[in-house]
Design a protein around this ligand. Structure first.
Ligand code: NAD
Length: 298
């Protein structure tokens, strides 16, 4: 029986934060540019507020210029688009992120597509999606969660995935599809699966790399997993957990972690895996955008 290596996303994110902070400081000293990140939030959704606070805190700890723009729940489409236009034109801002989901009366796609592609540090603009799909990542912003997953996979088995089978569970635009593009670029043989896939366990059983991005607690079972596979759990599910006889709300992933640990070669925990790495990739994208603006990349 193998016991999977625990891929420590929190520790890896802390390491990356040190180098991002140092690079941001060099950019400021040598070029007078402080990376600037603007986070836009519409409404009072408590989960979104936590995410936004974390992003702001991380940006500040990396030495970035960090602004949060909060609009009321009933802000109009015009209000949001005007704010994006202002941020597009603000030279102190290198990255703009609109916290999703937006209130239902707003057109999410029109809003994400209004962000200048060169400031689209979430990688949701069609220009950036197109570049990633075409395999041209040299001047594209890659969505933060798949970028984080890819870094963790590379750390485990290197950047050339020739001959490896990868199965992505979930086909969303923000995780599943860009994840598949990154894996293809790294030469993996990729299968994207989703809610309409037949015999999912059988498809997953052929995978050397499994990325689960579904949003269903503990769905991926140990008997789906090939011995020694790398398992990346993107899912964040709020569930009741009993610790020392006390029942509390806690987070769990899409993978049945304890059981899968006995089969997989390496696995990311939830929490402490993909989540902290995702935030740090947002900082990496913002730093990269600031470096682009100084003509230092691309
Ligand atoms: P989504 O709801 O947009 O997509 C879910 C996907 O899962 C869909 O493509 C759907 O077809 C597929 N699916 C649903 N039921 C399935 C089933 N029974 N079998 C196979 N596939 C099934 O979700 P998303 O935005 O991609 O997020 C997925 C999960 O990842 C969520 O739990 C979300 O909270 C989490 N997430 C985490 C991070 C992070 O930073 N760690 C970032 C983004 C999303």
């Amino acid at each position: 029986m193998t016991v999977a290596r625990r891929i420590d996303g929190k520790a890896k994110a802390a390491e990356l934060a040190v180098s991002i902070t140092s690079d941001a400081s060099t950019l400021l000293v040598e070029h007078g540019i402080r990376p600037g990140l603007a986070v836009v939030i519409v409404g009072e959704d408590p989960a979104s507020q936590v995410y936004v606070r974390n992003k702001k805190r991380t940006a500040e700890s990396c030495g970035f210029h960090s602004v949060q723009r909060t609009l009321a729940d009933d802000a109009s489409q015009t209000d949001v688009l005007q704010l994006i236009e202002d941020l597009n034109g603000d030279a102190a801002i290198h990255g703009i992120l609109v916290q999703l989901p937006l209130p239902e009366h707003l057109d999410e796609q029109a809003i994400t597509q209004a962000i200048e592609p060169s400031k689209d540090v979430d990688g949701f603009h069609f220009v950036n999606i197109g570049k990633l799909t075409a395999g041209r990542t040299s001047d594209a912003f890659v969505p933060c969660t798949p970028a984080a997953c890819m870094l963790m996979i590379e750390d485990e088995i290197g950047s050339d995935l020739s001959g490896k089978n990868a199965v992505v569970i979930g086909r969303s635009n923000i995780v599943g599809k860009p994840m598949a593009s990154l894996l293809i670029k790294a030469n993996a043989t990729v299968t994207i699966t989703h809610s309409r896939t037949k015999d999912l366990p059988q498809v997953v059983a052929g995978a050397d790399i499994v990325v689960a991005a579904v949003g269903r607690p503990n769905m991926v079972k140990a008997d789906w997993i090939k011995e020694g596979a790398i398992v990346i759990d993107v899912g964040i599910n709020r569930v009741e957990k009993t610790v020392d006889g006390e029942t509390k709300m806690g987070l769990t992933g899409d993978v049945d972690y304890d059981a899968v640990c006995a089969v997989a070669g390496a696995i990311t925990p939830v929490p402490g895996g993909v989540g902290p790495m995702t935030i740090i990739m947002l900082m990496a994208n913002t730093l990269r955008s600031a470096r682009f603006s100084a003509g230092l990349e691309g």
